[in-house]
Design a protein around this ligand. Structure first.
Ligand code: SF4
Length: 314
């Protein structure tokens, strides 16, 4: 019998924004008196969140669950100005873990609004990042979730319209929507570089390459992780069966029938340990050959917020 080929997609797992958010909440726990609160999941991964719950962090959905004057971390996905205003009014000590690439989109929205542009924003309505961006300019920003909406949307001034996107979508999906919008609004401004972040692009490229070489591709990530879900979409669009799993326990034996090569990747908020547990499990089932397919090197890092920079060992 042939050994099972296990192909690891590279890059995979934590991106610079998640690394930073995890460092921020870790340093906040060390630097400030408990209890430390975090509004929303710090990143969309249950394993990461459970780790911080064990360290005493209290995760809340909204700020009214946080006592006046307490320390609260804002998650990597960013918040709307309304949430910042609530925090100031309640005298909360805010440590902001918003990814700088998400902040960049917030600033782009504000800049285009000042110039009188209408904004078409491609994203998923209920995602925390999208809620924060929409909150910057609820009247000027129109959300586009799919090609159908792109065909129907109307803008006040077709000469002053710009398209922006959520950072963690599938590059292919946004291209399709953007093409429809560009046909309808030929003068539409596209940001010089897509807002889809480097980590999302690299993980999707790696999955595309691996998907071509395997019979099955598993993506480690939580159900509410946008970028992890998009990795599954990308693999499937290559014709390769693919499933999103939170961990090794989610693997169904029937998926592995007749599989001679299996690809593994993980979303930008997934700790590497979860991938390694799957590798160990697959190795425990019989002979396995492990290889890595790397499509890009990443050396991006983001600075910590000023309140915490002095505490970082780096
Ligand atoms: S996926 Fe991209 S935008 Fe999201 S946290 Fe990571 S680096 Fe930032």
């Amino acid at each position: 019998m042939h050994p099972l080929k296990i192909v690891l997609a590279e890059p995979r797992g934590f991106c610079a924004g998640v690394d930073r958010a995890v460092d921020i909440i870790d340093l906040t726990v060390q630097a400030f008196d408990p209890p430390i609160y975090c509004r929303k999941e710090i990143v969309h991964n249950r394993h990461v969140v459970d780790g911080f719950i064990e360290k005493g962090v209290k995760f809340v959905e909204e700020l009214d669950e946080v006592p006046d004057g307490a320390t609260v971390v804002f998650s990597a996905h960013g918040v709307s100005p309304e949430i910042w205003n609530q925090a100031r009014a309640r005298n909360l000590n805010v440590i902001d873990a918003t990814c700088p690439l998400v902040t960049k989109v917030h600033l782009e929205v504000l800049s285009f609004v000042r110039k009188g542009y209408g904004i078409l924003y491609i994203g998923h309505r209920r995602h925390d990042e999208v809620v924060g961006v929409l909150g910057e300019a609820p009247v000027a920003v129109q959300l586009i979730e799919n090609v159908e909406e792109a065909r129907l949307v109307e803008v006040p001034d077709a000469k002053r319209v710009v398209c922006l996107t959520q950072t963690t979508l599938s590059v292919d999906d946004t291209t399709e929507i953007m093409t429809v919008l560009a046909e309808r609004f030929p003068e539409m401004v596209r940001p010089s570089k897509s807002d889809i972040c480097y980590a999302t692009q690299n993980r999707q490229e790696a999955v595309k390459e691996v998907a071509r070489e395997v019979d099955l591709l598993l993506v480690l990530g939580s159900q509410n992780s946008s970028n992890s879900n998009r990795l599954v979409d990308v693999a499937r669009s290559c014709g390769t069966p693919s499933y999103l799993i939170h961990g090794v326990d989610d693997i169904e034996e029937s998926w592995l029938d007749d599989v001679r090569a299996i690809g593994l990747s993980s979303g930008a908020s997934t700790p590497e340990i979860l991938v390694q547990r799957v590798v160990d499990y697959l190795k425990s089932r019989g002979d396995a050959e492990i290889s890595t397919l790397q499509v890009a090197r990443e050396d991006v890092t983001f600075r910590l917020p000023p309140q915490l920079a002095a505490l970082s060992p780096a």
